[in-house]
Design a protein around this ligand. Structure first.
Ligand code: ADP
Ligand code: MG
Length: 385
């Protein structure tokens, strides 16, 4: 992959004037692992330039036996990061503008999407030596607050939750499952602890504590957290005086989301889909995809209420929010099917436009039955053909 080294430059996030903002979609390729190398894998992803990625080893979704390989396909995104990209580069392009927005009272959300092992958690949390987006965002936030503290008193609160199997858990102080409640700000998890934080170090401790509490799968011990969605929310409140010296209260919220592995959410062939129906499909990921499809198609009804995750992040999809999706992929040909799925998903997410006013109110009752889930699967199956 060393010959494919192209460094993604810092790109400005796109903005359209009247329709509000378009969702920004970035792709990050992770390096081939030692294990993949030993299994004889080769690279099937090429970053052609800072916006284009080329995938070889394409598979026709209706060709179960994978007999007819299509040559390859180009995909274009707002930015594509090669496997040599640093955490700081990914942070600067994806999130630093959102942090700036939060300090001006706007909301922003960053999602990491991709199959298990594609690099979502590495991108979001990272390691102690190479901290990810969550840590870099908070560091940047505190740095920015320090330089402008004469503007007013900034108060930072943080919460960290998990959606696992359609239950919401407080990751910092776990206890009973939390229920959703609707308030002025949208849907909130009632009783979720909001920690007032004063420094980056303190946040690191809370994040580590939180990650330790993420649900691991008993049946697949080596695939920690592959089915859990982790949502970190940072709320910044501060007061400023306007020209007439009136006090104005500003609130901005940054949501950083490490999604569950996408491999179980969607399948491109019917056989896999059938096996997924029997298993426990990740309802929140299905619902996220179906909300995206509805938004892309300009539907009146956006089915936010189909899952806990979409209820919680309703603002981030169609509302007043700056949204960034990072699609994580592996460069190994052993994962080419998953990579293809992820890039298709990302390609579609590119078309979402967030609205300046939240007109897509969802008024239908919450649906929890198995039949609804089956319906959702069928809808997505149709859309995926
Ligand atoms: P996911 O959360 O999508 O399941 P992980 O983030 O846990 O995947 O990544 C799987 C493995 O690959 C981890 O060991 C991680 O450290 C490594 N990895 C992922 N992305 C990168 C990267 N960009 N550079 C180096 N190692 C990475
Ligand atoms: Mg993970």
């Amino acid at each position: 992959s060393s010959k494919n080294r192209v460094v993604a430059r810092k790109l400005s996030l796109p903005e359209t004037k009247k329709t509000g903002n378009r969702v920004t979609v970035l792709v990050r390729v992770r390096p081939i692992s030692k294990k993949e190398k030993e299994a004889g894998s080769r690279c099937c992803v090429r970053i052609v330039n800072p916006r284009d990625v080329y995938l070889t080893d394409l598979v026709n979704p209706n060709d179960y036996l994978r007999l007819n390989r299509i040559r390859g396909r180009h995909f274009t995104f707002d930015a594509c990061f090669p496997d040599s990209a640093t955490q700081q580069e990914v942070y600067s392009t994806s999130t630093s503008e959102l942090v700036e927005g939060v300090l001006q009272g706007r909301n922003g959300t960053v999602f990491c999407y991709g199959a298990t092992g594609a690099g979502k958690t590495y991108t979001m949390i990272g390691t102690l030596e190479s901290p990810g987006v969550m840590v870099l965002a908070i560091k940047d936030l505190f740095d920015k607050i320090k330089t402008r503290s004469c503007d007013g008193n900034h108060v930072v609160h943080l919460s960290y939750l998990e959606v696992y199997n359609e239950t919401i858990k407080d990751l910092i102080s776990p206890g009973r499952p939390l229920v959703l409640r609707e308030d002025k700000q949208g849907n909130v998890a009632a009783g979720l602890t909001q920690y007032r934080v004063y420094s980056v170090d303190e946040v690191m401790t809370l994040l580590q504590q939180g990650n330790h509490n993420r649900t691991t799968e008993p049946t697949r011990a080596n695939e920690t957290s592959s089915r859990s969605h982790a949502v970190l929310q940072v709320v910044v409140e501060y007061q400023v005086r306007d020209a007439a010296m009136n006090i104005i209260n500003n609130v901005g919220k940054l949501s950083l989301v490490d999604l569950a592995g996408s491999e179980r959410a969607l399948a491109t062939n019917r056989r896999t889909l059938r096996s997924l129906e029997g298993a426990n499909i990740n309802r929140s990921l299905l619902a996220l995809s179906s909300c995206i499809n509805a938004l892309v198609e300009g539907k009146k009804h956006i089915p936010y209420r189909n899952s806990k995750l979409t209820q919680l992040l309703k603002d981030s999809l169609g509302g007043k929010c700056r949204t960034v999706m990072i699609a994580n992929i592996s460069s190994s040909n052993l994962s080419s099917g998953e990579t293809q799925n992820t890039l298709h998903w990302a390609d579609r997410a590119k078309m979402i436009r967030t609205k300046a006013n939240d007109a897509n109110e969802d008024l239908l009752p919450v649906t929890e039955t198995g039949t609804d889930q089956a319906k959702l699967v069928l809808e997505l199956q149709k859309e995926n053909r």
